[in-house]
Design a protein around this ligand. Sequence first.
Ligand SMILES: Nc1ncnc2c1ncn2[C@@H]1O[C@H](COP(=O)(O)OP(=O)(O)OP(=O)(O)O)[C@@H](O)[C@H]1O
Length: 701
Amino acid sequence: MGGRMRGLDGEREYAERCRLALQAMIAGARENVVVGELTWGDRYTAERLGYYLRSLAQELGDEGTGPPFFGLIGYGDDDTAGEHRNQTYYLGRRHISDAIGRPPLVIDWRAPVSTSFYRASPTDPRGITTRRRFGWSTETLTGYEDEHLTRRPHPPGAGGQESEHGADAGSDATAADGADAGRVVSGILRAEIERPRVGPMRDIVATIQPEQDLLVRAELDESLCVQGAPGTGKTAVGLHRAAYLLYVHRARLQRNGVLVLGPNRAFLHYISAVLPTLGEVDVEQTTIEELLTGEQHPIRSTDDPGAVETKHDKRMAEVLRRALYSRIQTPEDAVVVPDSSYRWRVNQYEFEQMVDDARQEATAYLLGRERVISRLVAALQRQAEARGQNCNGNWLRKMGRAVTPAVDAVWPAVKADELLAGLLSDPTALATAADGILTEDEQAAISWKRARKPKSALWTAADAVLLDEASALLERGPTYGHVIIDEAQDLSPMQCRAIARRSEHGSITVLGDLAQGTTPWATRDWPAQLAHLGKPDSQVVALTTGYRVPAAVVEVANRLLGNLGIDVPPTRSFRSDGRLSIQRTSDLAKTCTEAVRAALTEEGSIGVIAADEAIDHLRTTLHDDGIDTIEADGDGRVALVPAALAKGLEYDHVIVIEPAAIVEAEPRGLNRLYVVLTRAVSRLDVLHSRALPPELDGTKA
Ligand SMILES: Nc1ncnc2c1ncn2[C@@H]1O[C@H](COP(=O)(O)OP(=O)(O)OP(=O)(O)O)[C@@H](O)[C@H]1O
């Protein structure tokens, strides 16, 4: 910290000083873990402290080697700089300090002062005179670029930048295409965004864009919905938002937890390293299916399409509610409990009143039942105490057991799987519960061919959603402090309800793209989905600048947009590089092999994406040609990816096989093709033997 701007040698010395300080912090944290474990006599304190120190050590642990900082802001000496007048601040993934009481050497990117690094622009410099971006080659500082924000840009187009000592990104500066007119794009920034992709997703802390930063740093209480075109950084924003919220609201969120939901395992694998590199190791990352599938009810079967759609329909919530509450009966007798020489009694009318009241008040079925039991016991207690009896804990428990059979008769205990198995096994019970809600065909579609007990039931993924709904009717579960939902356009209303229950007392970040909706129930507008998610008033923000897909590829993908039956703004690509080729061939397999071979001569990951049913054949022919492929979440150079699994992933070079087959494979095949075409970072080859879909070749606008 301080007011001086260093030259490259000075910056390298500073980087070394930061690295040594960080190593000392890591060593200190590790030592504290040991000392903490030895010195704290009281177990609870020792455990809490141990947990804290261990997570600190873990957070710092991975960070000993990477660049200690990525940027620097220098404030001027006028009033707009306020308390930061003449100060400079280095920004990194983590605070680094070398002595308690002294200002940190590096400030965490999430700290309030870091905001200006991301948001300052020539039109609104926020008191900053210089913004410096550092270029690193692994651990070596190779150079930096300065933007002088309070000076007029000169010459036009150069954005007032200088670079020193061969910053590895060069020094050209251009304004982002069509983006904020005040925005200047440095060479280092552009190189980071356009770099070839290899391996899993990385954090973007060094290059978060202003429109992304506004979302990352939105208040915890604010639920947000981001409608983002492909590659606009929705996933990146969601993950950085999780890290930001944990930094600002650590205590609250560590208690309630943060949950990140993604579309599938391959996607989770792809993003899994981002939060740990940001020091956040405690965030739960899973898919909605895994979240809802309990260990007791493993998925053992699949549903027909008709059954799936009905089970995911929100009317099922009412069918289940009715089925459950129809179990409650009106009491027909008084409750009489013999107790030594007395018989305590609650008459039928009072009992009925208790049942009615509990039904009105209780937020969950089993809670209502508990209330009836405790009110009956309280009534008995009043009578016993009036007779001078001492009603201790034992007595109360005994009375509780004594009234239970009477309560069982009118408000029976039920389990979620019994309720659902009962409903799906018994057409008459289903007809009663679904009367006026589901058609006869819909009822027939979800009914089991033969009755089964819960233990022998062949549960499906859609049943898991219903079991979760049923469990929540019985008993309310815990809620998260914040839930981040990626690819949220694909969630069914019933899945949304499951998430809404888990975020009832917290907030959510909804990320998605209506154009990428591929499930039968994918939403066509956000307000409807937000209502299902229990946050109807969330603000919807659109991101349209794509950082993944090059302009030529965006142009082809945008051709499909008008045919998808949704209203979203087209993507504008940030990137001018990239290559697109569309090739007709009579021998797809051979041309595919040639395309992969050509791609292998260049840097970066390669994804071959085809209709799901074509995958096995392609794998064999590629293998016969000497090319080994991996699955979407494997480690290797060439991934062979079924179209259905491509969502959320990206490859440097994408080879799309037979678009017409991808479109035909499913009802929302055109949306699927849109997803598939927008996975490419640098190069896209489209190979086809049949005619291209008319929406793609531009003959159907
Ligand atoms: N500010 C940025 N700086 C550097 N890279 C960025 C930035 N924003 C996004 N990216 C990169 O662009 C790519 C696309 O980002 P991301 O996957 O988050 O987009 P998305 O909107 O979720 O895409 P999709 O909906 O197509 O799956 C990623 O490689 C991401 O790291």
